[in-house]
Ligand binder design. Structure first.
Ligand SMILES: [Zn+2]
Length: 134
């Protein structure tokens, strides 16, 4: 079986003061997260206070490379199927995301993926992942 990726409408994200820098970076094609300045742990999603120790956090660029931890193809949420996945980034955090621009039925746990973006209805770039070209 083969399910080729199709573009689908994406809702615009809610952007507030705490996440504006993240979305600005995404708009430039860069993936970022926040690291604690006290305990040095990286976390996801980005929060101004560390979820482990309540310390201050600062933005850090990520490689955008990771591995599929789990994946499923959703066919019932609308007319266009899509792949939703947890991706374990090389930096050690796990993000819930979509895998795009591929045959969705070929996706496998452990497969290498890399960061990419898809434009939402308002033009904001939404972070997603696609199978690694390397
Ligand atoms: Zn901390």
């Amino acid at each position: 079986m083969s399910t080729q990726y199709q573009e689908r409408p994406l809702a615009a994200p809610i952007i507030d003061a705490a996440t504006r820098s993240f979305w600005n970076a995404t708009q430039e094609g860069r993936l970022t997260a926040r690291r604690c300045t006290s305990c040095d742990k990286l976390h996801w999603y980005p929060r101004p206070l560390c979820p482990f120790c309540q310390g201050d956090t600062e933005w850090e660029p990520l490689s955008g490379n990771g591995t599929i931890y789990s994946v499923s193809v959703t066919r019932r949420a609308g007319p266009i199927p899509y792949a939703i996945a947890y991706v374990a980034l090389d930096e050690g955090i796990t993000v819930l995301t979509n895998i795009v621009d591929c045959d969705l039925d070929e996706l496998r746990i452990g497969q290498r993926v890399q960061f990419c973006v898809k434009a939402a209805e308002d033009g904001t770039n939404i972070p997603m992942f696609t199978p690694s070209r390397a």
